[in-house]
Design a protein around this ligand. Structure first.
Ligand SMILES: CC(C)(COP(=O)(O)OP(=O)(O)OC[C@H]1O[C@@H](n2cnc3c(N)ncnc32)[C@H](O)[C@@H]1OP(=O)(O)O)[C@@H](O)C(=O)NCCC(=O)NCCS
Length: 133
């Protein structure tokens, strides 16, 4: 994912059910994320160069993090998300990371099934928490 992909990626996420475009998701803020985490976030494009999938991926030096995985409805079920995630996983591994985390909305059953299919474990012993700074 390059900075020029961000407006299209953001539009895709806004239309994807189960993806919460929220604080920190302006194009300027996403650009800062890409600068801090170069070459990990990924887009998929069709033969015309149109963005059909996008995912944010980065790490803090200890854990990898994945946000906002989405594929346009017309292009689902063809392995696009799996291919993007394989690229992200390889990138994190190459940078020495051994574990990654993500949040999936409690009511996003389709998203949860996808992650389980791809080998991600639920963490019933943990509760996500947040703080507005
Ligand atoms: C979830 C999403 C990214 C999957 O994208 P995709 O490109 O269709 O997924 P893939 O084709 O790579 O699927 C990979 C595997 O997951 C399975 N899978 C994908 N979506 C699934 C679903 N909703 N329910 C059950 N299994 C699913 C596929 O069957 C495939 O497994 P298989 O090879 O055994 O058949 C896409 O449906 C989407 O954008 N959903 C809306 C946004 C969302 O929920 N994102 C996750 C936010 S945390």
């Amino acid at each position: 994912m390059m900075p020029g992909d961000l407006p299209a990626a953001r539009d895709l996420w806004s239309e994807a059910e189960g993806v919460d475009v929220a604080e920190g998701d302006s194009v300027a803020e996403l650009m800062r994320y890409l600068e801090r985490n170069p070459d990990l976030s990924t887009v998929a494009v069709d033969e015309n160069g149109r963005v059909i999938g996008a995912v944010l991926c980065g790490h803090d030096g200890r854990r990898g993090f994945v946000y906002h995985l989405g594929v346009t409805k017309a292009c689902r079920g063809r392995g696009v998300a799996r291919a993007m995630m394989n690229r992200c996983r390889e990138g994190l591994k190459q940078q020495g990371l051994v574990r990654a985390l993500l949040l999936v909305a409690a009511d996003n059953v389709g998203g949860q099934r996808f992650w389980q299919r791809e080998g991600w474990d639920e963490m019933p012993y943990a509760r996500p928490m947040g703080l507005d700074l």
